[in-house]
Design a protein around this ligand. Structure first.
Ligand SMILES: C[S@@+](CC[C@H](N)C(=O)[O-])C[C@H]1O[C@@H](n2cnc3c(N)ncnc32)[C@H](O)[C@@H]1O
Length: 251
C-alpha cells in the first residue's frame, strides 16, 4: 500500500480523502500533520460551500491548503493520512516487531505499523479516540489486528512488554519512569513532544508534564536519535543490554 506524502481532506465521502466535517475539525486536529506540510483538497470541492468552509478553517489553523486534481473514492491503494515522521523512521530502520502506542489518539501510528506487519497495542483514555482509531484501521487493515485498549496509562496501568514504545505528542514522566525500569534490555522508546523552547515561546502546552524537559531523566538509556524541528523534539532511546559498553560509549 502506498502512503501519500501529504494529507488529502474532503467533505464529500464519494471523493478520495479523509472525510472531515468542517464543524468537527477540532476532533481531527491530532491527526493532522505539522502546519509546515501542506494539506491538499480537490479543486472541484473548493468551489462548494462545505469545501470553502473546510479550507477557511484549515487556513485559520495555520495550514497551507493546496488544490489538486480530483481523486476518486475507489483509489483504495492510497491512504490519505500520515504517521508521525519519527514512526516512519522507526519503520524504515527496524524490522517489524511488537509496539505499544501510548496516547494513540486516532491511531495513525498504530495502524501504520500494523500495516507493515508489526504487532501493535494502541492505548488511549478516550473511547472516542479508540472508535476513530478502529475506523481508521478498517480502511487500512494491517497484517495483525491492532490490540486497541481504552485505558488511562497513568497510575498503576500494567505496562505490556514490547520492543518499541511510542510517546507521540503524549508524554507522562511517571509512566516513563516505570517503563524505564520494567522494559526489557534492548527496548526502544520513540518520543515526539513539544520542545521546551516552543513552550517558552508560545505557552503551549500549558503543563510541563507533557513535555520532555532538559531535566527529564534518560535513565542511562542510549540516545540513538535526538532532533529538534519546528515545535517538536524527537528522540529515540534504547535500553542498554547488559555489558553493552560500546553502544554506551557511542552516544
Ligand atoms: C495530542 S494526542 C496525540 C495522539 C497520537 N499519538 C498522534 O500523535 O496522532 C494525545 C492523546 O493522548 C491521550 N491521552 C491523554 N492522557 C492519557 C492517559 N492518561 N492515558 C491514555 N491516553 C491519554 C489523549 O486522549 C489523546 O488522544
Amino acid at each position: 500500500m502506498r502512503l501519500v506524502r501529504s494529507l488529502w481532506l474532503t467533505t464529500d465521502p464519494v471523493r478520495f480523502g479523509t472525510v472531515v466535517d468542517p464543524d468537527d475539525l477540532k476532533r481531527w486536529k491530532s491527526q493532522l500533520p505539522e502546519p509546515s506540510r501542506p494539506i491538499w483538497m480537490a479543486s472541484g470541492e473548493l468551489l462548494t460551500a462545505a469545501g470553502k468552509e473546510l479550507e477557511a478553517q484549515l487556513r485559520s489553523l495555520g495550514y497551507v491548503v493546496r488544490c489538486g486534481p480530483d481523486r476518486l473514492a475507489d483509489q483504495r491503494s492510497l491512504r490519505a493520512w500520515a504517521p508521525s515522521p519519527l514512526i516512519a523512521m522507526i519503520a524504515k530502520h527496524w524490522e517489524p516487531g511488537t509496539a505499544v502506542d501510548f496516547g494513540c489518539g486516532g491511531g495513525r501510528d498504530a495502524v501504520f505499523l500494523a500495516s507493515l506487519g508489526w504487532r501493535v497495542s494502541g492505548i488511549d483514555s478516550l473511547s472516542d479516540c479508540i472508535d476513530r482509531a478502529q475506523g481508521l484501521e478498517a480502511t487500512a487493515p494491517g497484517v495483525h489486528p491492532v490490540d486497541w485498549q481504552c485505558a488511562d496509562v497513568r497510575g498503576d496501568y500494567d505496562i505490556p512488554q514490547a520492543q518499541v514504545y511510542l510517546f507521540v505528542r503524549f508524554f507522562d514522566l511517571p509512566l516513563w519512569t516505570r517503563l524505564a525500569e520494567s522494559a526489557k534490555p534492548g527496548a526502544i522508546v520513540a518520543v515526539q513532544t513539544f520542545s521546551e523552547r516552543h513552550r517558552a515561546e508560545t505557552g503551549h502546552p500549558r503543563s510541563d508534564r507533557t513535555v520532555w524537559l532538559s531535566t527529564t531523566p534518560d535513565f542511562g538509556w542510549h540516545v540513538r536519535y535526538a532532533r529538534e524541528k519546528g515545535p517538536f523534539l524527537y528522540r529515540i532511546l534504547q535500553k542498554l543490554i547488559a555489558g553493552d559498553v560500546n553502544s554506551a560509549a557511542d552516544s
